[in-house]
Write a protein that binds this ligand. Structure first.
Ligand SMILES: *Cc1c(COP(=O)(O)O)cnc(C)c1O
Length: 480
């Protein structure tokens, strides 16, 4: 907010926010006991009262936008509402205060939970074994591709290429490259799906894997997935599943049954952890049985009713994360899965698909729709007609939506759609919310027609106007 002073500017020498009572023990000169080096006098901490602190954080919170503030249809990110009960479960003292080095005998409860979560995720994805270690989707990709790489090397195969469709999320080619593979792109066909004929030409004895998400990033289901799997497997290559879009199919169909060999999931997208701004996430990886020995150690195992950390995986790629992953996120996912059950998970994804199709119908006439037909949990429209007719770009629409109180959809992704807006309403939004959002787009369309300059200047109502996003990313000032 303009004019809101920084916490440092509120500082007033000698002002106190909290005063300790009489401790009842003699005062100790810390400098003399610990040595002067431990007392950092150069730290210029603000001296403020309690109410100053409260106002500071309340003001910051008001400048933020989260799914608890309003509709957040950020395509590919699955910004669904996350039931608060899951936060409470994860914060139970028995979980929250558990030290990661506590002996296994004293941690049977959490080990059981993690063991069962591994099993649930294996069941949901149709895989045989799961690790909970990776901290995010991209980290899961890295883990999965390192597993594939080591497996192929063990077989004495020299496979140096990884295929990704041109609609892939940027983390897919980045992961393949990071693992030392050469990235080969296959073009989508006019229906927005993998061009199987082109894929056949691209796969050879140098191909290590194809990385694919299904439904893909256009929100379309790859119906020829079995055939695609066969193309890869016949040539000795593997199929990697980017599970970021699992919210469309959970409880309905399983990547393991489609022929995928390795999958990652984004618990923070599909399984009820608030995300955005880089908060803690979790990207479990599931594999088919023939890859089990390659999983990162430890995995949680069970023998005779006793749970333990199993480090004895002979071909393990090693650790990818300290301790056992982001356990707090795993607890929330566990609570969510247990609360919904198999039927509830299926209903959630069915509702996600229904909501996306409903919203698509309401707004598609305003845009150019690059791929016809029903979508899965999200859809992509092109605003190139707005650009041609009114000189208004997808980014302008997104910025104007902020004035209407909505988080914008994902923009300019997938790269193959010009002026792309990628809209994912999720299952947790009501019909009224979807109707209101569609109305906002209709109103903005009218503004574009009559007052396009308004859209160019948006947002008009927020604490900051249009940011120089390149400068913000390249020239960060993180210190006052
Ligand atoms: C979000 C996403 C990723 C990356 O996941 P993170 O958890 O953000 O690292 C990968 N692929 C797709 C399709 C995604 O939507």
């Amino acid at each position: 907010m303009k004019g809101t002073p920084l916490i440092f500017e509120r500082s007033c020498p000698g002002r106190e926010g909290f005063r300790l009572g009489d401790p009842g023990v003699p005062e100790v000169d810390l400098g003399a006991t610990l040595g002067r080096d431990f007392l950092r006098s150069e730290l210029d901490l603000p001296e403020v009262s309690e109410v100053d602190v409260v106002r500071h954080y309340t003001a910051l919170a008001r400048m933020n936008f989260g799914v608890d503030d309003g509709f957040y249809p950020l395509g590919s990110c699955t910004m669904k509402y996350n039931p608060k009960i899951n936060e409470e479960v994860a914060a139970l003292p028995g979980f929250a205060n558990l030290h990661p080095y506590v002996p296994e005998e004293l941690a049977q409860g959490i080990l059981k939970l993690l063991y069962e979560l591994q099993a649930y995720l294996a069941e949901i994805t149709g895989m045989d074994f799961v690790t909970l270690q990776p901290a995010a989707g991209a980290h899961g990709e890295l883990t999965g591709m390192l597993i594939i790489k080591k497996y192929l090397e063990d077989r004495g195969e020299k496979r140096t290429r990884v295929i990704v469709p041109d609609s892939a999320h940027g983390t897919n080619p980045a992961t393949a490259k990071e693992c030392g593979f050469e990235v080969v792109e296959v073009k989508s066909n006019p229906d927005g799906l993998v061009d199987v004929e082109k894929l056949k030409e691209a796969v050879d004895e140098k191909t290590a894997a194809l990385m694919l998400t299904n439904p893909n990033t256009l929100g379309l289901f790859e119906r020829r997935i079995r055939e695609i799997a066969a193309v890869l497997h016949e040539r000795g290559a593997l199929l990697y599943y980017d599970g970021a879009n699992l919210n469309a199919i959970m409880g309905r169909s399983r990547p393991g049954d489609m022929g995928f060999d390795v999958v990652h999931l984004n618990l923070h997208k599909t399984f009820s952890t608030p995300h955005g701004s880089g908060g803690p996430g979790s990207g479990p990886v599931g594999v088919k049985a023939f890859l089990r020995d390659y999983l990162p150690v430890p995995v949680v195992d069970e023998k005779d009713g006793r749970y333990f950390l199993n480090y004895r995986l002979p071909r393990s790629i090693g650790r990818v994360r300290a301790f056992y992953g982001n356990v707090g996120v795993a607890i929330k996912a566990y609570a969510y899965i247990r609360a919904l059950g198999a039927k509830g998970l299926r209903e959630a994804s069915e509702m996600a698909v229904l909501n996306a199709n409903y919203l698509k119908k309401l707004v598609e006439d305003l845009f150019v729709v690059p791929y016809r037909g029903p979508c899965m949990h999200e859809f992509v429209v092109s605003a190139k007609n707005w650009k041609q007719n009114y000189g208004v770009r997808a980014a302008d629409i997104a910025k104007r939506l902020l004035d209407y109180g909505y988080h914008p959809p994902t923009m300019y992704f997938p790269l193959i759609v010009e002026e792309a807006l990628m809209i994912e309403p999720t299952e947790t939004e009501s019909k009224e919310t979807l109707d209101a959002f569609a109305q906002a787009l209709l109103d903005i369309h009218e503004e574009a027609r009559t007052r396009p300059e308004l859209l160019k200047e948006a947002p008009l109502s927020l604490p900051v106007r249009r940011l120089d996003e390149v400068k913000a990313a390249r020239d960060m000032k993180l210190k006052w």
